[in-house]
Design a protein around this ligand. Structure first.
Ligand code: HEC
Length: 306
């Protein structure tokens, strides 16, 4: 609102509304007394109604929501009816054009009625159509791609605290949990027992990936699967440093096990198509497919103690 001083709003509102009323009354008086033009009651009522709509819609900052303006318009309409029906003379005058159109005794009113009979249902159906049309716009709320995970997840009846759980397929030969199992020197080395076991798990994880995940996450794990573009949000691109590389392994475990339905509220607005895989895979299969994803993208798994 130009020239609007904050904190003055109610005063300004009152002043402007008063000004509009004065303009209306003076204008009508001048037209009537000086020029002999009397604005018909119905038109006056319509002008007041439209002026109210215009004022609430364009002059008030911050903008009022439609529901609030609708309430104000109903009150304006009630006010207008009280005013036009306050004297018998005004009421008769107000009704006259409406009744004339309804009766349609002259060619003009006949035509007005005919046009109204076409235009009114058409605009009503147009409005209904517009309201029912699904909107394809994105929701206003932002989606948190990596919301805070729960403290623990229960998968196949077993509870996994995310802070302390470890991938059972990432232990070395002695059964020790190893962050270095994926280091280059143990990878795909046919003479190193750790490496043989590791590659076996990776291979099994790969089978699981290509049976279940590549439709969405793509054969290159880049999120460009066959069905990827049918979804919003699109499937995660694991080669992007923004996903696997910066996620805790147990976070990924939670996401794979619980999928889109397991996301907390802030992860929701565009419902994720990611399936809850605990319904189709065993716990070990989930860990293996995760191992495969880290192996394929060459990102070292992040763990909590790092
Ligand atoms: C129907 C399509 C679909 C399939 C099949 C699918 N995903 Fe997803 N996945 C998604 C979508 C969409 C997202 C992104 C939205 C989200 O985070 O939930 C996602 C996100 C993820 C994430 C989270 C990544 C991040 O950065 O938070 C992981 C991990 C994941 N998927 C793993 C898998 C694994 C493993 C499989 C196979 C067992 C799989 N997905 C199969 C659609 C799918």
């Amino acid at each position: 609102m130009p020239g609007f001083i904050e904190g003055m709003m109610p005063v300004q509102l009152l002043a402007e509304i008063l000004l509009i009323i004065v303009i209306f009354v003076l204008g009508a008086m001048i037209l009537d007394k000086k020029m002999g033009i009397r604005i018909p009651m119905l038109l006056q009522a319509a002008l007041v109604f439209i002026a109210g709509w215009w004022y609430y819609k364009f002059r008030i900052e911050p903008p009022l929501p439609f529901s609030v303006r609708a309430i104000y318009q109903v009150m304006i309409a009630i006010g207008i009816f009280m005013w036009v029906s306050s004297a018998e003379k005004g009421w008769t005058e107000f009704k006259r054009p409406i009744l004339a159109v309804l009766d349609a005794k002259t060619p003009l009113t006949w035509w007005v009625r005919a046009v109204l009979l076409v235009v009114l249902p058409l605009s009503a159906s147009g409005m209904a159509y517009k309201n029912l049309l699904p909107s394809l716009g994105e929701p206003i709320e932002l989606r948190t791609v990596h919301p805070a995970p729960p403290a623990a997840v229960t998968v196949h009846g077993k509870k996994f605290p995310l802070q302390t759980s470890e991938s059972p397929v990432r232990v070395d030969e002695s059964g020790e949990y190893s962050n270095h199992i994926q280091d280059a020197h143990v990878m795909d080395n046919p003479f190193d027992p750790d490496s043989i076991q590791y590659m076996q798990n990776v291979k099994e994880g790969g089978d699981i990936f290509f049976q279940n995940c590549h439709f969405c996450h793509g054969d290159n794990l880049n999120g460009r699967g066959l069905y990827a573009y049918a979804f919003n949000p699109i499937p995660a691109n694991f080669t992007d440093p923004g996903t696997l590389a910066q996620l805790q392994e147990t976070f990924v475990f939670w996401r794979v096990a619980k999928g889109g339905p397991g996301l907390p509220r802030e992860g929701f607005p565009w419902a994720s198509a990611m399936p809850p895989w605990e319904q189709h895979l065993t716990t070990e299969e989930i860990w293996k497919v995760i191992l495969f994803e880290y192996w394929h993208t060459k990102y070292p798994p992040r763990t909590w103690d790092e």
